[in-house]
Ligand binder design. Structure first.
Ligand code: GDP
Length: 530
C-alpha cells in the first residue's frame, strides 16, 4: 500500500507511515553496528546501547531462559522501533551466530522489506544467501548496503556482479564509492548527481551538486576521472532503479557506505522511508486482509518460552496486520475459537515502552500466555479470518531422538508433539523406524529442545546423528506416482506431525539426484503450518 492509495483514516494513515523490516547479513558484516546507527538517527539513543548491552542485561534477569543466560545471547526475536523524518520504523532482529534458528527465518515472514548488509571485502556469504532465499520465497523487497568501504574492499562492479549472479537479482546502484579504504573520499549519488564527501564521524558536510567530471576541486583528479568513467559504465551496465521491480523482489537498489563511520547510513534510511513498502495486504482465508481494515488482526510468528519449570508463561510475538489495537482488547484465536483479553501486551513500538497503550498495522506486540498461542496462530477482533503463509522451513540439522528411560516413551511423544506445535522444533516419524527424528535449522533449537523436554516433561532424552542432512516435503498431482515414489524410497521417508510425507536426503548431492530421477515429484523446502 502506498501513502497515496491508503484510505484517509487513522488506521490507513498509521499503516502508510510504517516500515517494518529486518536486516539480513552474514555474521560480522556489520548488522549490529548498522542497527545502532539507525537507532541513533531515529533518536532512540537510549536504545542504541541496548544492542550491544543485550547480553549483559539479560544475565541480570533471573527469569529468562537459562540458555540465554549461559550464553549471554538473545533467543528472542526482539523488535526495535524508531522514528525518522515522520516515518515509524519497526526493525525486527533476525538472530544470527549461535542463536540462528527457525525463528530467524520466521521473522522474515513478519517483515515487509529487508536490508541486506554485505561486507565490501567479502561479498555474498553463506548466511546472507540462506536468509535471502527465505526473502525470495515471498518476494520480500531488498535494499542492499555494501558496508565497510572505509576499508579496502572489492571492486564495486565485482560486488554487483556477484549479487546478480549468485542471487539472480538485478542490481541498481544508487550511490558509487569514490575511492575505498585509505583513499575513500566519499560516495556519489548517481540519480541525484550529488557528491557526499567522506568526513570525520559526527561531521556532516553538505552534499555537492556536481557532475563527476566537475569534482576535480574536491577530490584528486584521478579519482574524479575514475568516478566519471565508472558512473557512466555503471549506468550502462545496470538497469535504472525501478520501484515496481524492487517492490516485487526482482531488483535491489545498492548503497555503499560505512556503518562504523556513520557514512552513507542516513542516505540509506532516507531512501528506505521513500521506497520501502508500508504494511502489506496479508494472505488469509477466506480473503486477504488489508492493513487499513478497521478490525484488528495479527499473526504469531514467534513464541518465546520461559525455561523455569515453575513458570509456564510464554511470550507470543504478534505482528499486527490491520486495525488499531488498544491494550485490554479482546482477541479471538482463530484455531480454537477462544477469546483472550490482552491486558498486558508488551509494546515495542513506542519510545517509552511502559506508557504505550496502542499499536497499529506493522507493529509487533508481545502477548503473555500460558502456552495457548502457537506459531502461525491468527488473532482477530471478530470474524473468521485465518492467515496463511507462516511456513515450516526445511530442517538443516536432523537428529534421531533416543530416550534414556524407555518407560517414558509416552511422555516423550507428548513433549515432542507439544513442542513441534509450538514451533520449537519439527518432528518426523520415519515410516520404517519407531524412533522420532527432530529437524531444526540451528543448533540452539536442539539445546532448547533438550532442556525443555527435561524441565517441562521430566524426560531425559538425547540426540544422535541421523544419516540425513536435510529434508523436503514431497507432493505430486498424481497420487499413484507419489505412492510409487514413497514405496521405492521407504528408508528415506518420514511423516511430519500432519502426516505429510517428507523425503530425507543424505546430502545435497542425494537430493539433486532424486529430484532428477523423479521429475514429476515436487520437493518443497517449506510447508505451511496447519
Ligand atoms: P554483525 O555480526 O553483523 O552484527 O557485525 P558487527 O556490527 O558486530 O560488526 C563486526 C565487526 O566489524 C566489528 O568489529 C565492527 O566494529 C566492524 N565494522 C562494522 N561496520 C564497519 C564498517 O563500516 N567499517 C569497518 N572498518 N568496520 C566495521
Amino acid at each position: 500500500m502506498d501513502a497515496s492509495s491508503a484510505p484517509d483514516t487513522p488506521v490507513g494513515r498509521a499503516a502508510a507511515n510504517r516500515r517494518t523490516f529486518a536486516i539480513i547479513s552474514h555474521p560480522d558484516a556489520g548488522k549490529t553496528t548498522l542497527t545502532e546507527k539507525l537507532l541513533l538517527l531515529g533518536g532512540a539513543i537510549h536504545m542504541a546501547g541496548q544492542v550491544k548491552a543485550r547480553g549483559e542485561r539479560r544475565r541480570t534477569r533471573s527469569d529468562w531462559m537459562q540458555i540465554e543466560q549461559q550464553r549471554g545471547i538473545s533467543v528472542t526475536t526482539s523488535v526495535m522501533t524508531f522514528e525518522y523524518d515522520g516515518v515509524t520504523y519497526n526493525l525486527l532482529d533476525t538472530p544470527g551466530h549461535e542463536d540462528f534458528s527457525e525463528d530467524t527465518y520466521r521473522t522474515l515472514t513478519a517483515v515487509d522489506s529487508a536490508i541486506m548488509v554485505i561486507d565490501a571485502a567479502r561479498g555474498i556469504e553463506s548466511q546472507t544467501r540462506k536468509l535471502f532465499e527465505v526473502c525470495r520465497l515471498r518476494d520480500v523487497p531488498i535494499v542492499t548496503f555494501v558496508n565497510k568501504i572505509d576499508r579496502e574492499g572489492r571492486d564495486p562492479f565485482e560486488i554487483l556482479d556477484e549479487i546478480q549472479e549468485t542471487l539472480a537479482l538485478d542490481t541498481a546502484p544508487m550511490s558509487w564509492p569514490v575511492g575505498m579504504g585509505g583513499i575513500l573520499s566519499g560516495v556519489y549519488d548517481l540519480a541525484g548527481r550529488r557528491f557526499l564527501p567522506y568526513a570525520k564521524q559526527g561531521e556532516h558536510p553538505e552534499p555537492i551538486q556536481a557532475e563527476p567530471s566537475d569534482l576535480g576541486q574536491y577530490v584528486a583528479d584521478e579519482q574524479a576521472a575514475q568516478l566519471a568513467e565508472e558512473a557512466e559504465l555503471a549506468q550502462e551496465a545496470c538497469p535504472p532503479f525501478d520501484l515496481q521491480a524492487y517492490r516485487e523482489g526482482h531488483l535491489t537498489p545498492v548503497f555503499f557506505g560505512s556503518a562504523l563511520k556513520e557514512f552513507g547510513v542516513e542516505e540509506l534510511l532516507a531512501n528506505l522511508g521513500k521506497i520501502a513498502p508500508s504494511p502489506r495486504t496479508q494472505p488469509a482465508e477466506p480473503k486477504p486482509v488489508e492493513p487499513a481494515s478497521e478490525k484488528v488482526s495479527g499473526f504469531v510468528f514467534k513464541v518465546q518460552a520461559n525455561m523455569d519449570p515453575n513458570h509456564r508463561d510464554r511470550i507470543a510475538y504478534v505482528r499486527l496486520v490491520s486495525g488499531h489495537f488498544k491494550r485490554g482488547m479482546k482477541l479471538k484465536q482463530a484455531r480454537t475459537g477462544k477469546t483472550m483479553a490482552v491486558h498486558n501486551p508488551i509494546m515495542f513500538f513506542a519510545q517509552d515502552r511502559d506508557l504505550a497503550e496502542e499499536a497499529w498495522p506493522g507493529d509487533v506486540i508481545g502477548v503473555p500466555n500460558h502456552g495457548t498461542l502457537r506459531v502461525g496462530d491468527t488473532l482477530v477482533e471478530s470474524g473468521d479470518t485465518k492467515f496463511t503463509g507462516i511456513p515450516n522451513f526445511a530442517p538443516e540439522i536432523l537428529r534421531r531422538v533416543r530416550l534414556d528411560d524407555p518407560m517414558r516413551a509416552k511422555h516423550l511423544n507428548r513433549a515432542l508433539e507439544d513442542l513441534a506445535e509450538e514451533g520449537v522444533t519439527q518432528v518426523f516419524r520415519p515410516v520404517i523406524d519407531s524412533s522420532y527424528i527432530v529437524g531444526v535449522v540451528g543448533q540452539l533449537q536442539l539445546d532448547v529442545l533438550e532442556q525443555r523436554i527435561q524441565s517441562e516433561y521430566n524426560v531425559k532424552a538425547h540426540f544422535e546423528p541421523a544419516p540425513f542432512d536435510t529434508a523436503r516435503w514431497v507432493s505430486c498431482d498424481d497420487a499413484d506416482k507419489l505412492k510409487r515414489f514413497l514405496d521405492r524410497n521407504r528408508s528415506a521417508t518420514a511423516l511430519d506431525r500432519d502426516e505429510a510425507p517428507v523425503y530425507m536426503a543424505r546430502n545435497f548431492w542425494d537430493l539433486g539426484r532424486i529430484q532428477e530421477d523423479w521429475p514429476d515429484i515436487t520437493f518443497s523446502a517449506t510447508r505451511e503450518r496447519t
